[in-house]
Design a protein around this ligand. Structure first.
Ligand code: FE
Ligand code: FE
Ligand code: ZN
Length: 279
């Protein structure tokens, strides 16, 4: 029987080996971490032995892919040239370091165009990707689906597809679907999961879907709020979440919890979801 690939967001502050051990202790077989402080500070110096130790832990424990999340503040489509330059530098530096870790999916929020308009924003995001990505990189790059608060790009599947199509190395770019975000963006994954996935397949292609952020939502569909709730405690609900983890098109992907929990809360949600998984 197949095993659910489930994990949660963990802190990398103790290093790569420790984050792997922490995931194992939670019965997770994947995890997500910020590549650096969410405020966008300096990343730790690279320790190759530490990366290798994590690689060994992951292969010994049957881990699926893991997700490295770019800092929230990374905005490659800011109207401010300095902020765009910073985003490009961070992305380049992250890509370089992550080459030492196996099975990494690099997830980032496409960005907020802050009034420049969607097409200008998409153009600037493509510029960032074209200047940060390398032909021979191991890391796979993921665009996260967004709730559409403010001027966020990525609230529609069409916007994500436009970025992928425009990027020179678009074949190395996939999507991470955040269940809270797509619900907040207006996609009805509660009453019409099949319909939403069919739409995704038509616009982007299900073969591009590489990871799921598994979150409930504090707000109703279409609210554009982006407030995550614990599993089963929001407007998505446990029944819909059970259908999501067991859906044929999704059930083998890595699921990352970004729910408002401490470590014990994450362990409980991981146990609950393993129980609800039909394999
Ligand atoms: Fe995110
Ligand atoms: Fe997310
Ligand atoms: Zn969110």
């Amino acid at each position: 029987m197949a095993k659910l690939n489930i994990g949660c967001h963990l802190s990398i502050s103790g290093g790569y080996k420790n984050i792997g051990l922490e995931a194992v202790s939670l019965d997770a077989n994947t995890f997500q971490f910020f590549t650096r402080n969410p405020r966008g500070g300096k990343a730790k110096k690279l320790d190759e032995n530490d990366c290798n130790a994590l690689n060994e832990i992951m292969s010994a424990n049957g881990f699926s892919n893991i997700v490295a999340h770019a800092p929230y503040t990374l905005n490659g489509c800011s109207a401010d040239e300095g902020i765009r330059k910073f985003a490009l530098d961070v992305m380049r530096d992250d890509f370089e370091k992550l080459e030492y870790v196996n099975g990494v999916l690099y997830n980032f929020h496409p960005g907020s165009h802050v009034g420049q308009g969607e097409s200008k924003g998409i153009e600037q995001i493509i510029y960032m990707l074209d200047n940060a990505m390398k032909e021979n990189m191991k890391t796979h790059v993921l665009l996260e689906t967004m709730a559409g608060k403010g001027s966020e790009i990525g609230r529609t599947f069409e916007e994500l597809k436009a970025i992928i199509d425009g990027a020179r190395l678009g074949d190395k770019i996939g999507v991470c679907l955040d269940t809270c975000h797509v619900f907040d963006a207006g996609y009805d994954i509660v009453n019409d999961l099949d319909g939403v996935l069919t739409k995704f397949d038509k616009v982007v292609g299900l073969d591009r879907l590489c990871a799921i952020h598994l979150n409930d939502s504090m707000n109703p569909i279409g609210s554009h709020k982006d407030r995550h709730a614990k599993i089963g405690e929001g407007h998505i609900g446990l029944e819909a979440i059970t259908r999501i983890i067991n859906h044929d098109a999704l059930k083998n992907l890595p699921f990352e919890l970004e729910t408002p929990n401490d470590i014990e809360g994450y362990a409980r949600e991981i146990r609950l979801l393993r129980d609800l998984y039909k394999g």
